[in-house]
Design a protein around this ligand. Structure first.
Ligand code: IMP
Ligand code: MG
Length: 168
């Protein structure tokens, strides 16, 4: 499988994102809401690159993928009411069609968080085409299917340290 971004490159970019996010929120309390499962590796690195004394971490499991095709169907398994009045930073591994995040963000609105920002490690810009606005982006990628660094193909390859192109 072809390496798209090696671990050194990822590490550098994640450190920059952490600085951008720290500068943006400064002393404002916020919640990093890590979207499982794909973002668990990225999220773990990102939160340690953020400087804040009032950062809270939470998780939610959304899934819209079956094999290589986005179905746009999302399962909400957690309670959202605890986010009322909170500043939320959604941490996503990859925004492809934008279906998952736009559905979720619409759902979130019903629970009136104080603010919602998005940090995604990867974006397929040509496919998302601005449907979901990403406030903090790691890398823009093409239409390849990407695995590694937490991203899977049918639950496999999450353990690869680099971001690689799946050639099945
Ligand atoms: P969307 O709803 O089409 O934006 O897809 C978003 C979700 O699909 C992400 O959170 C990923 O879990 C998954 N996904 C989309 N593209 C890829 C990919 O290239 N590799 C692995 N997972 C992907
Ligand atoms: Mg995901």
């Amino acid at each position: 499988m072809k390496i798209l971004f090696d671990k050194k490159t990822i590490q550098k970019r994640v450190a920059q994102l952490g600085r951008e996010i720290s500068n943006y929120y400064k002393k404002t309390p916020f919640v990093c809401l890590i979207i499982l499962k794909g973002s668990f590796v990225f999220g773990a690195d990102l939160i340690r690159a953020i400087e804040s004394d009032s950062l809270e971490i939470d998780f939610i499991k959304l899934s819209s993928y079956s094999g290589r095709h986005s179905t746009g169907v999302v399962d909400l398994k957690d309670e959202l009411s605890k986010f009322r009045g909170k500043n939320l930073l959604l941490v996503e591994d990859i925004v492809d069609t934008g279906a998952t995040l736009s559905f979720f963000m619409k759902k979130l609105e019903e629970y009136s968080p104080a603010s919602v920002k998005v940090c995604s490690l990867l974006e397929k810009k040509e496919i998302n085409r601005g449907k979901v606005k990403i406030d903090f982006l790691g890398f823009d990628v093409g239409d390849d299917f990407i695995v590694g660094y937490g991203l899977d193909y049918n639950e496999k390859f999450r353990n690869i340290a680099d971001l690689v192109v799946y050639e099945g």
